[in-house]
Design a protein around this ligand. Structure first.
Ligand code: CP
Length: 308
């Protein structure tokens, strides 16, 4: 693994290897093991051109647990505000002996651009991890979601999974669908208003369900998505109130799922829009464990990249 840019086309064996590598890392805290030397002497640069709470922080924790030096570029006070280009910024950080870039950007393809630039300029010892680009991909979120599902459900081959909400603008949904189909989940359903689904949604290997009643029936896993208002250019259709009434996950709607179904959300949540607080804080929610597993999964990804 040279870079992690997308889960599209990533072989099942590599996804499984990442999940297997993450497993012992989740036990580190329990065993009071604070640090491993796997990235000792390496410098990891967090380049977040878009806001983040979970991803940026868990990448930092993960890199530090692997003994890397972590540098968080503060984009809002950096020279990108003076017009320096993305690739000039990267070149300058490479001059500071960067070994890995963790990149979040509002433009789809920005991490690919950096990876290609590094390869074209003979710096293929430097790795790039996509921490979410535009509406394209969020591969480590997809992986930590798979880790969470495997933790609670053990197998993938017997599951029915529903993804609910704004698939159209969601990089998370794209990475989830890629991983779920690669791992052999036999039925992945998407539920949401047609205005928030890609027109070719069924070509993504999923089944479109027009109603929550149909889509949630007997599912094992419910994956909620946030309305990505920042990518809608103000044209929010339907309104948050209308959305909640029809598509918001309430205890009543969740009762259609299997009794032991788990409820997931990548965060940040908009309570009362896509999910009711009673469900978000309820016994079936695994939303906070997802965050915790994110540390181990990101440790796995960075340690596998760093071993090349
Ligand atoms: N899930 C996720 O990407 O959250 P953040 O935007 O807080 O990183």
């Amino acid at each position: 693994l040279q870079h992690l840019l997308t889960l599209d086309g990533l072989p099942r064996s590599i996804i499984t290897q990442i999940l297997d590598t993450a497993a012992p890392f989740t036990e580190m805290a329990e065993r009071e093991v604070k640090k491993l030397p796997l990235l000792r002497g390496k410098s990891v640069f967090n380049l977040f051109f878009e806001n983040s709470t979970r991803t940026r922080t868990t990448f930092e924790i993960a890199a530090k647990r692997l003994s890397a030096d972590v540098i968080n570029l503060n984009v809002s006070t950096s020279s990108t505000k003076k017009g320096e280009t993305l690739l000039d910024t990267v070149d300058n950080l490479c001059a500071m002996q960067a070994d890995m870039f963790v990149v979040r950007h509002e433009s789809s393809g920005a991490p690919h651009l950096i990876a290609q630039h590094l390869e074209n300029t003979g710096r293929d010892h430097i790795h790039v991890v996509n921490a979410g680009d535009g509406r394209h991909a969020h591969p480590t979120q997809g992986l930590l979601d798979m880790y969470t599902i495997r933790h609670y459900k053990k197998e993938f081959h017997n599951l029915t999974v529903a993804i609910v909400g704004d698939v159209l603008h969601s990089r998370v949904a794209r990475s989830q669908i890629a991983a779920l189909t690669t791992l052999g989940v036999p039925e992945v359903r998407v539920i949401g208003p047609k205005t928030l689904l890609p027109t070719d949604v069924e070509k993504m290997g999923v089944r479109y369900c027009p109603t929550m009643e149909e889509g949630l029936k007997d599912v094992d896993v419910v994956m909620m998505l946030r309305l990505q208002n920042e990518r809608m250019n103000g044209a929010l259709l339907p309104s948050p109130q209308e959305f909640f009434k029809v598509w918001g996950l309430t205890a009543e709607k969740l009762a259609r799922a299997k009794p032991d179904a788990i409820v997931m959300h990548p965060g940040p949540m908009n309570r009362g829009v896509e999910i009711d607080s009673a469900v978000a804080d309820g016994s079936q929610a695994v939303i906070l464990p997802q965050v915790t597993f994110g540390i181990a999964v990101r440790m796995a990804v960075m340690s596998m990249l760093g071993s090349h």
